[in-house]
Design a protein around this ligand. Structure first.
Ligand code: PMP
Ligand code: GLU
Length: 380
């Protein structure tokens, strides 16, 4: 009898988390590794949010809370989703989770049946496919063009398709889906009676584009689960706070799954979440302005080195094509061995990513300049 289940044994370790741990370890050992591997804001959580969390602990809010979240947070989230995302939801349609990752995981488990298919559009975040595999489902990869926009999306749909997963702005490509693309996905979902899970965790990290929630398009309310979290917009990765909103009967089953697994998101962390939503939003504007300056610096630097790279509309990643430099796996190895730069190979994001490498610019402009110098040396 084998030790672990076949279902778990089929799942890879998270490449992003593995590379992050490796870069930290190498730096600790005294090497000067530039970490462009991990997708984590290098900013501190704003002080008023930290204070709210600390006050909550001091006030003794250290006990169990309702599985779907404390009422104050669900209320604040429902207001945010109505006002900013044009979703017609109330607090009862919102479920709080320990991180957006758990929201993705539990929504996929709730919606997918053994043998069902989930469409992923081009290179996609590392954890989507494992979530689908855990549910006994399969991923159908939809092709994208050179701007990472879907082409022939209908070809990816079969009688077994249950879900389309949308992630705009995208990790790893930074692509933003504008309204016509979202409408095309909407039309297919309606025509084929499919669900859509939309992961909008980078909605605030967007440069000169408008973020549109696909759940706000006509007839999408009953077939969309909208997922978001506090990790990126409020630099709260370690707090583990995310949420989802969707049809009430889906939220009911998701809550049941959470009640038997994580129980709830940490009570005082939820208080910090209320402070994040209700407090000053200024920190987001300054963080995004800094990310935009870094994006411009990195993209122009890569282009000067002759590396093919799009200007992404959102998130904090660039996804250059390095096919001419041996492909994503070879180039990532070379970056680490010869330039001490940690990056994530595009292959971690699915078969469409093998010619690419993902570089996160959640690191200072000084470090980005240094990384470009090191790249020039190894390419020279
Ligand atoms: N979705 C995407 C696209 C991400 O990049 C991340 C970052 N890890 C997550 C979800 C999960 O975020 P968290 O669990 O930290 O809220
Ligand atoms: N989302 C980030 C990334 O892609 C954090 C790591 C993870 O959770 O995958 O690097």
């Amino acid at each position: 009898m084998s030790l672990v289940s076949a279902r778990l044994a089929s799942i890879h370790e998270s490449t992003t988390l593995k590379i992050s741990a490796m870069a930290k370890k190498l730096n600790k050992s005294g090497l000067d590794v530039i970490d462009m591997g991990v997708g984590e804001p290098d900013f501190d959580t704003p002080k008023h949010i930290v204070e709210a969390g600390c006050n909550s602990i001091r006030m003794g809010e250290t006990h169990y809370a309702p599985t779907a979240g404390i009422p104050e947070l669900r209320e604040a989230l429902a207001e945010k989703l109505c006002d900013e995302n044009m979703l017609d939801v109330t607090a009862d349609d919102v479920v709080v989770t320990p991180g957006a990752k758990m929201a993705v995981f539990s929504a996929v488990q709730a919606l997918m049946e053994e043998g069902d298919e989930c469409v992923l559009i081009g290179p996609s975040w590392v954890s989507y496919e494992p979530c689908v595999a855990f549910a006994g489902g399969k991923v159908a990869w939809a092709d994208v063009d050179e701007n990472f926009l879907p082409i022939r999306l209908a070809d990816a749909i079969t009688p077994k398709t249950k879900l389309i997963l949308v992630n705009s702005p995208s990790n790893p490509t930074g692509t933003v889906f504008e309204k016509p693309v979202l409408k095309e996905i909407r039309d297919l979902a309606c025509d084929h009676n499919l669900f859509v899970i939309t992961d909008e965790i980078y909605e605030k990290i967007i440069y000169g584009h408008e973020h549109i929630s696909i759940g706000s398009l006509p007839d999408m309310e009953e077939r969309t689960v909208t997922i978001n979290g506090f990790s990126k917009a409020y630099a709260m990765t370690g707090w583990r706070l995310g949420y989802m909103a969707g049809p009430r009967n889906v939220m009911k089953w998701v809550t049941r799954l959470l009640s038997h697994s994580v129980s709830q998101a940490t009570t005082f962390v939820q208080r910090a979440g209320v402070a994040a939503l209700r407090g000053d939003q200024e920190s987001i504007g300054s963080m995004v302005a800094e990310f935009e300056a870094r994006r411009d610096l990195l993209v122009s630097g890569l282009q000067e080195l002759g590396i093919l790279c799009n200007l992404p509309g959102g998130a904090f990643y660039v996804f250059p094509n390095v096919a001419e430099h041996g492909g994503g796996d070879v180039f990532t190895d070379k970056l680490l061995k010869d330039a001490l730069i940690a990056a994530t190979p595009g292959s971690a994001f699915g078969p469409g990513g093998k010619d690419y490498v993902r570089l996160s610019y959640a690191t200072s402009q000084e470090r980005i300049r240094e990384a470009l110098k090191r790249m020039e040396r190894i390419l020279g």
